[in-house]
Design a protein around this ligand. Structure first.
Ligand code: DC
Length: 226
């Protein structure tokens, strides 16, 4: 049997990473790790503790006492905060507002990166985020950088939020995505960045199936050539 490889997927918000990664994991019988959910759970912990998200020292000390973990349940990632399943609470506008500050703190990133590297050790893992190919798994077998037009990304995110029952308008969604991308790309620790050896996919005009098939093809070629 062929060995199981490690796949890193990075890219800006709503570029199609998580939907693609989830489907690809099903197709290859791999495990999908959504690292954004871990930063979202950390942000929820900070908000619940009434700690000021701008106060780096307080945020770090708050998170040192927290336990964030993930588990797979029927192929879906569930995210836990101190043992409580918080998965459905992670996409709120309050979290979106505070997450950029919290995920910019180097000590917060160190905690997350360490945990993510442990998770990847089992192999057969597809991990998505902003710094996976550059910082978390620089040795990943296959690195993908996904991008798409801002308008297209906002359209997709709006559709997702409407399905989830959120009442929000297109302009607000677009501004939120743009603001988070700018902050993610400009921070000094683990910025959103394409790894030098990543393959780029522009998903603006691709269907999910086309995105999944393209990456699966690359993975198959990689294993075939070994
Ligand atoms: O992928 P997402 O939209 O759920 O990510 C939410 C936020 O978490 C995003 O604005 C940046 C941050 N994040 C990060 O800094 N590093 C990662 N590896 C994943 C997410």
């Amino acid at each position: 049997m062929k060995r199981k490889i490690t796949i890193a997927i990075d890219g800006p918000a709503a570029s199609g990473k998580s939907t693609t990664a989830k489907r690809l994991a099903q197709k290859l019988a791999y495990i999908y790790v959504d690292t954004g959910a871990m930063y979202r759970a950390a942000t929820l912990a900070v908000l619940r503790s009434n700690v000021d998200a701008q106060d780096e020292t307080a945020v770090v000390s708050c998170l040192q006492d927290m336990n964030i973990s993930i588990e797979l349940l029927d192929g879906e990632q569930r995210t836990y905060l101190n043992g409580e399943d918080v998965s459905i609470l992670l996409r709120s506008p309050q979290i979106n507002r505070a997450i950029s500050a919290i995920s910019s703190y180097p000590q917060v990133r160190e905690m997350m990166v360490r945990q993510q590297q442990e998770l990847a050790k089992m192999g057969g893992v597809i991990m998505d985020g902003r710094d996976i190919g550059t910082v978390v798994l620089p040795q990943a077998d296959l690195k993908i950088f996904m991008k798409a037009d801002l308008q297209e990304r906002a359209k997709r995110r709006l559709a997702e939020m409407e399905t989830a029952g959120e009442n929000i308008n297109f302009k607000a969604v677009m501004e939120d995505i743009q603001r988070r991308d700018e902050l993610d790309a400009s921070r000094s620790a683990g910025p959103l960045k394409k790894a030098a050896d990543a393959r780029e996919i522009d998903t603006s005009d691709l269907t999910i199936n086309q995105q999944v098939d393209r990456i699966a093809q690359w993975a198959a070629e990689l294993l075939y050539n070994e």
